[in-house]
Design a protein around this ligand. Structure first.
Ligand code: EPU
Length: 433
């Protein structure tokens, strides 16, 4: 199994370019199944979750052509059929649920394996199902599959109990080709929700109000082909911002939309990190001294839950006591024990982590429990004295494109090695001394 070996203590310096947004790409690629004509999607991140979704789309008849760098994907879903979507890989990703909305919208029928995804607490899809039912579908969950079917889909007024990203996108997908108007109240406002709607509109859909408190979708009969470029990944950008701050570095992060980063930028400035914004770049610099803070993760435009572990890693080395409350998921502090083994002082009480800043961390062998937790452990490793090993990097590769290579480009001493390859591990340790 692959693992990252990291020699900590090097401030990150230089420039890094952010890839396309994972959580947009999952919605947008699935949305291509709504269209009979070919579509071209640009700025697709080359990550595992996308590979899995594209393979599942091929299995139900889509033709997928990917450019040699992987970033441009042409999808012809003309011959897609609503066969059961199930294979050992698709069960593990969350984005598979968007195929329910897309296939139901186009064929009035969908059969898709229940979604997996990172283990960060219970992740029900009752709001997705409620939305499909309110559009006229009969939805059953049997043998680990979601089966949805409708004679026709008719627009309706749907009120979400919580601002769920997945439910908002899935209902938009199902309602795009429905008869009449669908109104979603209390929708998620995340940038990737807006991005998926912009893509659907570029194919001829009529969706208004994304990013606000009410979304209005007027059903259209048919979609047409389109070329569309995915927005930059807000969380990848935030991760590099925090890594620059944690190592006391100076990094220019390119291909970002600074507006999407405001909650992260504000917190970094509050604790004494320098952040400068340009049109499509941010510069983050720190002299290594940082203060403490309190924060709670919230739906956009609040502080994103997907940045919570990285922020905790940063605050382990800040002065004083910080308090972080997880407001979205029930079990997103699993990684904390790993940081404690590096010398961090953190106690978790329910959904709150209380962090007493320490002078330094020491390298350890750690295991990534999910995607963002994995990124947080890498950040901790970059700041620590000595060598750290982060196991289970397959989690990290689900959502970060070339993570260790981008870090190495900023001067980090990090390498991906096979845990069986003792020679490579020894070589890294010798070089790292
Ligand atoms: N929820 C329900 N019922 C539902 C849907 C959601 O109770 O039907 C609850 C969830 O359990 C959670 C909250 O509502 O407590 C918010 O969940 P949401 O539906 O917004 O999350 P998601 O669609 O499952 C997406 C991202 C996550 C990201 C969250 C929140 C994808 C594929 N995943 O998940 O991304 O954390 O939104 O922003 O878009 C990641 O990238 O690392 C990741 C976990």
């Amino acid at each position: 199994m692959d693992q990252y070996m990291i020699k900590g203590g090097v401030p990150l310096r230089g420039e890094v370019t952010i890839s396309g947004a994972k959580n947009s790409a999952l919605g947008i690629l699935a949305a291509a199944a709504l269209c009979e004509e070919p579509v071209t999607i640009k700025n697709v991140p080359e990550i595992k979750d996308i590979e899995v979704l594209l393979r599942a789309m091929e299995e139900i008849g889509a033709r997928v052509d990917r450019s040699s760098d992987g970033h441009t994907v042409k999808i012809n879903a003309g011959r897609v059929s609503p066969l059961a979507v199930d294979n050992e890989y698709i069960r593990k990703i969350r984005g598979s649920y968007y195929l329910i909305g897309a296939l139901l919208g186009r064929f009035k029928k969908a059969q898709v394996v229940l979604p997996g995804g990172c283990d960060i607490g219970p992740r029900p899809i009752d709001q997705h199902i409620k939305g499909f039912m309110q559009l006229g579908a009969v939805v059953e969950t049997k043998h680990g599959m979601v089966m949805a079917e409708a004679e026709k889909l008719v627009g309706n007024h749907i009120y979400l109990d919580m601002a769920s990203v997945g439910a908002t996108i899935n209902i938009m997908l199902a309602a795009t080709l429905a008869e009449g108007q669908t109104i979603i109240e209390n929708p998620a406002k995340e940038p990737h929700v807006v991005d998926v709607a912009n893509f659907l509109n570029s194919m001829g859909a009529n969706i208004k109000g994304t990013g606000t408190d009410v979304i209005r979708i007027t059903g259209v009969e048919k979609l047409h082909g389109s070329t569309y470029s995915i927005i930059p990944d807000q969380i990848e950008a935030g991760t590099f911002m925090v890594a620059a701050a944690a190592t006391g570095g100076d990094v220019v992060i390119r291909n970002v939309i600074p507006k999407h980063l405001e909650a992260i930028t504000a917190k970094l400035i509050e604790i004494g990190v320098g952040v400068e914004e340009a049109d499509d770049a941010v510069r983050v610099f720190s002299n290594g001294r940082r203060g403490n803070t309190r924060l709670k993760t919230l739906p956009y435009p609040g502080f994103p839950t997907d940045m919570q572990p990285q922020m905790v890693a940063l605050l382990t080395l800040s002065e004083g006591t910080s308090v972080i409350t997880e407001g979205i998921f029930e079990n997103r502090f699993k990684y904390v024990d790993e940081l404690v083994r590096m010398g961090a002082s953190i106690r978790v009480e329910g959904n709150t982590a209380v962090i007493d800043g320490v002078q330094g961390l020491t390298g350890a062998t750690m295991s990534a429990s999910d995607l963002r937790a994995g990124a947080a452990l890498v950040i901790a490793g970059l700041t620590a004295e000595g060598v750290s090993i982060v196991e289970n990097v397959s989690y990290i590769e689900r959502g970060y494109e070339n993570f260790e290579k981008k870090l190495a480009g900023l001067g980090a001493v990090v390498k991906k090695v096979d845990s069986e390859d003792e020679r490579a591990m020894r070589k890294f340790r010798l070089k790292a001394v």
